[in-house]
Design a protein around this ligand. Structure first.
Ligand code: NDP
Ligand code: PYC
Length: 336
């Protein structure tokens, strides 16, 4: 039966699933928070659908559910957390206060997370920074599933990029997207629903355009914006793979040997203090940003994340709506 759960109840249930699967509370709680937030905000590709992948990756022994992330001794602008083979989210929770302190002191700081399993949406991390008055830029590789523009085989990851700007008294300006035309999770959800893909998302194993999700999963996804998305995705491989001494998307696929498990790599989070950068020039940076947002909306355009915030407001008022199939799946996980 279709069900609407309160956000807290949903989060508690997801946490219970992970506790039963043997995750330590610090790992399970951080995962449950981002998964429940994805479902609440209408981001189905990174909501409860991801529980299955987490459990599969644990069972395959490719992630540690009890890893204790470790803050490594660094000074200067770089904060570094060794995720110790656990999930990225607990490592982020550990690094966040240190990152925010250094960004406030220095104007700009980076959190490097190494050796983590990463399957989550990035906007919860961006919102954690904007909630502290900081701008944030977050990126990570994935596994080789996307052909570079002009190519015909998987090489780059779906490499997400997210940015946030704080808006005092309002929801922050946030965008968060895969650098492929769509997240891979969207292709899998189309496959499960028996739906064709929109044109332009993928090519098959022979390099021909396809709208068949199975052929797309066996072929390659395409970068957004042709050569422009391909270059941004390559930048992410360089900055959040090569530069931080962690795996690139093709290396992740070699390491895992499959795209059915959550990928293992690193993550780069940049935090910036708008006040420190503006240094008193040209007025208050937050007030000036508001003028820009008003001008965008004044043309009838919407800001990114507006749909997500509306979904959040509705879910907080009426409960997070789950379909009968989703409710049954959650019950099955709870019974494991
Ligand atoms: P979408 O294409 O659904 O959305 C991308 C962004 O664009 C969102 O911020 C969205 O806001 C905004 N947007 C969409 N339509 C408009 C519009 N008409 N006007 C203004 N803004 C708009 O996201 P993707 O499918 O590319 O990615 C989904 C999620 O997948 C992301 O959260 C990403 O982090 C995650 N992901 C994670 C990966 C990983 O390895 N961990 C890999 C790839 C993706 P809104 O939400 O309000 O619509
Ligand atoms: O949806 O592309 C995706 C994805 C890959 C890893 C986590 N999410």
């Amino acid at each position: 039966m279709a069900q609407a759960l309160t956000f807290d109840d949903l989060q508690r249930r997801v946490e219970q699933v992970f506790a039963r699967a043997g995750l330590a509370p610090h790992q399970g709680a951080s995962l449950a928070r981002v998964i429940a937030a994805g479902e609440r905000d209408g981001c189905k590709s990174h909501g409860i659908y991801r529980i299955e992948g987490v459990l599969r990756t644990l069972k395959a022994g490719k992630v540690s559910g009890t890893a204790l992330p470790r803050l490594l001794p660094t000074d200067g602008a770089i904060v570094r957390v060794d995720a110790a083979g656990g999930f990225s989210n607990a490592a982020f929770d550990l690094g966040l206060p240190h990152l925010a302190d250094r960004a406030r002191d220095l104007g700009l700081a980076a959190l490097v997370i190494n050796d983590c399993t990463h399957f989550a949406a990035l906007w919860p991390e961006v919102e954690a920074l904007t909630g502290q008055g900081l701008a944030g830029l977050v990126m990570c590789p994935s596994y080789a599933t996307v052909a570079p523009a002009g190519g015909n085989r998987p090489l780059l990851g779906t490499n997400p990029l997210a940015f946030g700007w704080p808006r005092p008294g309002r929801d922050p300006y946030v965008f968060d997207f895969a650098t492929s035309v769509a997240a891979r999770g969207e292709i899998e959800l189309h496959r499960r629903a028996g739906k064709s893909l929109p044109e332009g998302w993928a090519i098959d194993a022979d390099g021909q355009p396809t709208t068949d999700p199975d052929a797309a999963l066996g072929g390659a996804m395409l970068p957004f914006g042709g050569h422009k998305g391909s270059a941004i995705s390559t930048m992410i491989e360089l900055l959040a793979g090569v530069m931080i001494g962690d795996l690139t998307s093709p290396e992740v696929l070699d390491f895992l040997g499959t795209t059915t498990l959550a990928p293992f790599h690193g993550e780069l989070i940049l935090a910036l203090s708008p006040e420190k950068f503006a240094a008193g020039r040209s007025g208050d940076p937050f007030a000036r940003a508001e003028q820009l947002f008003e001008a965008i909306q004044g043309q009838g355009a919407r800001l990114p994340s507006q749909r997500r915030y509306a979904a959040r407001a509705k879910a907080m008022a009426q409960g997070v709506a789950l379909t009968p199939a989703e409710t049954a799946q959650l019950d099955r996980f709870l019974a494991l």
